[in-house]
Design a protein around this ligand. Structure first.
Ligand code: ADP
Ligand code: MG
Length: 380
């Protein structure tokens, strides 16, 4: 990275930073419905090398993208042409808008081992990383919770995705060996032990590119809002995840709309699954954890309709292996990654089988990562 940096801007970087990806173990598509989620940061990282410049320019290069994007520090309004660079530029824009003193030009080179657009939240990683870098360089005095909140604001208000609070929080607040049990309605959180005895978290990347994910994502958000507006008054709730699963049949009648009912059913039952999963994890009942993962996948496939053939097949291959407790898609869906809980001793055997069978079925390679949990952003 340093060589590339030097060749780009004829100076050495003054500092290099890193932020992890995250995987959500359970609680999918409910962060924007006031539910609980259980993500942990994982040992795949995006790095940023930085230096100041005297020209008050923001110069951005990513080893994972083509070309260089340069803007004046005083002219950071959203522009479609920024493409990927709208994430770091957005952070600078929003911080300055909030009154933080970010008043020098910067050269930033990013390099990542997080697969992009695959459900491991490379977008939150680049946002949290940039906010962390600026906080450090300009001495802004932000806590990691404030960093998460600013990254959320940027993805929502600058990048235009009506995202929940999970991804940025999972990364900014991460602690090794822990997962974050986060209440997305109140922003309250606690850490749960993620040290799994003789068990490993495995990420299965379908390498199937998600298409139209953002528009489908925003579509689900508005379907849930529509359903909530119908149910809200009668059940006295502010979020779908506050509903009681035993009220589902009556809610179905009230909604009188099959599609909206399926969306609500997923949210309500997924919320119950998160709570059951947390208990099972505390009790080290990995078989039950696995069963809950499987049920979550079926609900995302059939009721929330955000899975896809590749995700269905890769999780089924895993699920059919005797050393896998359970597997489900993770992230927004439609492609990208799944997560599985596997017996540690047989993890490589599981990996080989998934890779072989997946290739037989689709004719191209999946990727499988055996990961550890990780701390949050840091200076290297
Ligand atoms: P996910 O967050 O699941 O990985 P998103 O579609 O939300 O998927 O975010 C992916 C986008 O984030 C990329 O298309 C790109 O714009 C930006 N991004 C993430 N990592 C990098 C990187 N290393 N370099 C440049 N852009 C990145
Ligand atoms: Mg994202």
């Amino acid at each position: 990275m340093n060589k590339k940096f030097l060749s780009l801007w004829v100076v050495d970087p003054i500092k290099t930073y890193a932020a992890p990806a995250r995987v959500n173990l359970i609680g999918e598509h409910i962060d924007y419905n006031g539910g609980h989620v259980l993500p942990c940061a994982i040992s795949l990282y995006i790095k940023a090398a930085v230096s100041f410049n005297e020209e008050k320019k923001i110069n951005l290069v990513s080893e994972d993208m083509k070309g260089q994007i340069s803007v004046d520090l005083s002219n950071t309004q959203y522009d479609k042409s920024y493409s990927w660079a709208s994430y770091p530029i957005g952070v600078i824009h929003i911080l300055r808008e909030m009154g933080y003193k970010v008043d020098k030009g910067l050269n930033m080179l990013f390099s990542s081992e997080i697969p992009l657009g695959s459900g491991l939240s490379s977008s939150a990683a680049i946002l949290v990383l940039t906010t962390y870098v600026l906080n450090d360089l300009f001495d802004l005095g932000l806590s990691n919770l404030e960093i998460a909140k600013i990254a959320i604001k940027v993805e929502r208000e600058y990048c235009g995705l009506s995202c929940g609070i999970m991804d940025q929080s999972a990364i900014a607040l991460a602690q090794k060996d822990k997962c974050l049990y986060l209440d997305c309605a109140s922003f309250e959180y606690e850490y749960k032990n993620a040290v799994l005895e003789k068990t490993k978290i495995m990420i299965l990347n379908t390498k199937y590119e998600r298409k139209l994910t953002d528009s489908k994502y925003n579509e689900r958000v508005s379907e849930c809002q529509k359903a909530l507006s119908i149910i809200k008054t009668k059940y006295g709730v502010d979020n779908l995840c506050e509903l009681d699963p035993k009220d589902l049949p009556d809610i179905g009648i009230l909604l009188n709309d099959d599609l909206l009912y399926k969306r609500v059913k997923h949210c309500v039952r997924e919320e119950a699954r998160v709570k059951a999963f947390v208990t099972a994890l505390d009790e080290k009942d990995y078989s039950l954890c696995g069963k809950i993962l499987n049920e979550s996948h079926f609900s995302l496939r059939d009721d929330y309709e955000v899975s896809g053939t590749n995700l269905d097949v890769i999780t089924e291959i895993a699920r059919n292996n005797p050393y896998v407790y359970g597997a489900r898609m993770t992230g927004a869906g439609f492609g990208g990654c799944a997560v599985a809980l596997v017996d540690e001793e047989h993890a490589y055997q599981v990996k080989d089988e998934v890779l072989t069978k997946y290739k037989e079925r689709f004719g191209y390679d999946a990727e499988v990562y055996l990961i550890d949990t990780s701390d949050g952003p840091k200076v290297l």
